[in-house]
Design a protein around this ligand. Structure first.
Ligand code: AMP
Ligand code: MG
Length: 287
């Protein structure tokens, strides 16, 4: 099977979002099985991958006991509104043990957060050693929404790409594996999902009238995304673009990328730092 990282990874300077078909499904292994019933295929595959994720996660967690390792994983999810970040978290992360997960969403900075530099709240939200972290939005908002709406002058946000690269290199050196994913949907798909949010009372809470203001700036956002991904896809922390109009593909692709990251770390259960046979005897003879 082709390495999904090759297919979806952003080569710095080469990404053109408009040339990616948001309905495409690169890397899907068994076309025939998929064509029959893609959703069923995906559910089954994501279930299997989820079991692997849970097994890796437990080993990672165990291996970090008493500070034995600084390894940890961080899944960064970015997307336009309705891009499927929440659904991805639910479907892909759902199999893992909540005790070893740290999921954080980022909205507009609070008054306190605005008193610090833009990475302050990010540093505080990082997963500890042995954890799998998930960022629903991230420091990339500080070169996306902030740039599109000119919330700070260009001279300020323009510096942030290098600052982000240095920050992410520092994290990589510190044992953190980042999997940065842009869920890439089309403008038409966004309209469908906005309508679904209005038509389905159980989805209405996710609708925000302000989403239309952002939608009106679609092209500006695409440009801001393209620049951010072209400038901040680095060997230490590469970006992946996942075509995300088809939810079944999106779930499978993100789960697969995350599994590859954990497989690379190859976490192992720690060796006992006590005499197992002697302890066994003690348990047997203890009252
Ligand atoms: P949601 O993901 O639907 O909860 O929306 C979160 C909102 O917070 C989005 O409109 C983001 O653009 C906004 N947001 C996230 N980070 C920032 C930031 N650093 N500065 C301004 N707005 C932000
Ligand atoms: Mg929203």
């Amino acid at each position: 099977m082709t390495d999904l990282r090759e297919l979806l990874g952003v080569r710095p300077g080469h990404l053109r979002l408009a040339s990616i078909d948001t309905r495409s499904t690169p890397g899907v292994p068994d076309r025939r099985a998929v064509n029959d019933d893609p959703k069923a295929w995906s559910r089954e595959q994501v279930g299997k991958i989820g079991a692997d994720l849970a097994a890796y996660q437990e080993k990672l967690y165990a291996s970090a006991k008493e500070g034995a390792t600084d390894r940890r994983v961080l899944l960064v999810l970015q997307a336009m509104d309705c891009g499927g970040k929440d659904g991805t978290v639910r479907n892909v992360i759902g199999s893992m043990n909540p005790a070893g997960l740290k999921a954080v969403g980022f909205g507009p900075p609070t008054a306190e957060e605005r008193r610090h530099d833009f990475l302050w709240r990010i540093r505080r939200a990082l997963p500890p050693s042995g954890y799998v972290g998930i960022f629903n939005r991230s420091h990339y908002e500080d070169v996306l929404v902030v740039r599109v709406h000119q919330l700070i002058p260009e001279s300020e946000w323009a510096k942030r790409y290098d600052i982000i690269n240095a920050f992410e290199q520092e994290l990589a050196d510190d044992g953190l594996t980042m999997v940065k994913v842009m869920l890439h949907i089309s403008r038409e798909e966004q309209r469908e999902r906005l309508l679904a949010r209005l038509d389905d009372p159980t989805k209405r809470w996710k609708y925000n009238p302000g989403d239309l203001t952002e939608r009106a700036r679609w092209q500006d956002y695409q440009q801001a995304y393209e620049d951010a991904l072209n400038r901040c896809s680095t060997p230490a922390a590469p970006w992946y673009v996942v075509p995300a109009d088809r939810k079944w593909y999106r779930n499978w692709a993100v789960a697969t990328l995350l599994r590859q990251a954990l497989a690379d770390i190859d976490p192992r259960y720690p060796k006992a730092d006590f005499d197992v046979a002697a302890e066994r005897q003690r348990v047997l003879t203890a009252p």
